[in-house]
Ligand binder design. Structure first.
Ligand code: UGA
Length: 438
């Protein structure tokens, strides 16, 4: 089939390459000429395992091309996927729909009669209806559930496909697009527009709630002398609860979960069906960042609690490992706060250095973990890259000036670090030597 993918960010670039990989003729569209030039030259503007190879393969085969022209896209495509971003509005928690609106307006003007316009962006419920009413073209909503770091796999082998459609024809076209994915046994849920839109926001709200639940348990463990990692393991054995997304730590960040739960709460309140608990999910998440800052202060060991001039090494800048995405990254948020309080902060991340430097030009940056740790007074482990887990605590002990570490992701081997002489603090565990130390 001839498909276009409008918006070539994380979602769109991945969707375009994967649709070409499935055998379709694909035209990627973006208003950003630099992005289009990079993609057409086989370069992805972000780090995503496996994507660049797939992009190149499909550029070479001629099945995948890129353009900045809606006119060309309209003339080319039978099905148009809209994959543009829906960031948080500058002045409220609502989603900013200006890119979705512009993309639909752009393609609707040029689409051939009978073409299907498919929204994949995460939008407030009601958006699909509004767009379908605004244009003389058929609309469908087909939300995306891909995770950064697993984007290719999640697109080609998703857990499920959701088709928000209002006609049999739209459902048939989507089945044709995804035929190889369906042939592999992927379940399809067909829904009306509001349900299809809500599936996406509900899924992200559930994931965020699960993380904040375990982080709230971490707060209780810190107060009561418990260990949240052991608690998570034990409750995770109950398969109604399950072990996934129960890693306590500095909390969730990224370009999706934080803004999606805010937009969802905002929209639900507008509809008169408020989701007040999502505000608490957000608040618990932000408190974990405060807690890391507090632990850093404690470990600096100054009587006045100041961090002025203390050398703080921050391991991690990306919002999660295997990504160079720093949007709403807890690691950089903590680093920036300590720096504002006068600490001398040095950050190292295996992939996200360029992005971090651009967003936080005043932080210090090191070229390796060893470099960051040199003469540090406190080490904060805030993104769980494999490289950091593999650090040898005895060797790292030689690099720092004071052996104090906070494990903000709960994956370092506490016993090994303590045995190597480190003062080791983790989120969700009490301070060594007594409960109630909060
Ligand atoms: C998330 C969802 O997982 C995807 O299903 C969804 O499609 C995507 O948002 C989206 O809306 O586009 P992603 O933002 O890539 O995907 O990241 P996750 O893997 O969900 O991680 C989110 C954050 O939660 C990270 O900061 C991670 O470190 C944190 N996290 C995750 C925890 O703190 N604990 C956990 O147990 C799991």
């Amino acid at each position: 089939m001839r498909l276009t993918v409008i918006g070539t960010g994380y979602l769109g670039a991945t969707h375009a390459a994967c649709m070409a990989e499935l055998g379709h003729e694909v035209l990627g569209v973006d208003v950003d000429a630099d992005k289009i030039a990079a993609l057409a030259a086989g370069r992805t503007p972000f780090h995503e395992p496996g994507l660049e190879e797939m992009l190149r393969r499909n550029l070479d085969s001629g099945r995948l091309r890129f353009t900045t022209s809606y006119e060309e896209a309209g003339a080319f495509g039978e099905v148009h996927f809209v994959c543009v971003g829906t960031p948080q509005s500058p002045r409220s928690d609502a989603a900013d729909l200006r890119y979705v609106d512009a993309a639909f307006a752009g393609i609707a003007r040029h689409a051939a009669p009978g073409a299907l316009l498919v929204g994949k962006s995460t939008v407030p419920v009601g958006t699909a209806r509004r767009l379908a009413d605004a244009y003389d073209a058929e609309v469908a909503w087909n939300p995306e559930f891909l995770r950064e770091g697993f984007a290719v796999r999640d697109t080609l082998r998703p857990d499920r496909l959701v088709f928000g459609v209002e006609s049999e024809r739209a459902g048939t076209l989507l089945r044709e697009v995804y035929a190889p994915v369906l042939a592999a046994g992927t379940p399809v849920v067909t829904a009306d527009f509001p349900t299809a839109e809500l599936v996406k926001t509900a899924a992200n709200a559930f994931l965020a709630t699960k993380i904040s639940f375990i982080n709230a348990m971490a707060e209780v463990c810190e107060a009561a002398g418990g260990d949240v990692a052991v608690l998570a393991e034990a409750i995770g054995h109950d398969d109604r609860i399950g072990p996934k997304f129960l890693r306590a730590g500095v909390g969730f960040g990224g370009g999706c979960l934080p803004k999606d739960i805010r937009a969802f709460a905002h929209r639900a309140a507008e509809l008169g069906a408020p989701l007040g608990f999502l505000r608490e999910v957000d608040a618990i998440n932000m408190r974990r960042r405060d807690r890391v800052v507090e632990l850093a202060r404690e470990l600096c060991g100054r009587p006045d609690g100041s961090v002025m001039g203390a050398r703080v090494a921050v391991l991690g800048a990306a919002f999660k490992p295997d990504s160079d995405d720093i949007r709403d990254s807890p690691a950089l948020n903590v680093a920036a706060r300590l720096q504002l309080d006068g600490a001398d902060v040095t950050v190292y991340d295996p992939q996200a250095m360029d992005n971090a430097r651009k967003a936080f030009p005043l932080l210090g940056y090191a070229l390796s973990a060893e470099d960051a740790l040199r003469r540090a007074d406190v080490v904060l482990h805030l993104t769980e890259w494999a490289e950091f887990r593999a650090l040898d605590p005895r060797q790292a002990r030689q690099w720092v000036s004071r052996p104090c570490v906070v494990d903000g992701r709960g994956v370092l081997d506490a016993a090994a670090w303590a045995a190597a002489g480190w003062s080791f603090r983790a989120l969700g565990r009490s301070a060594p030597g007594g409960e109630g130390k909060r």
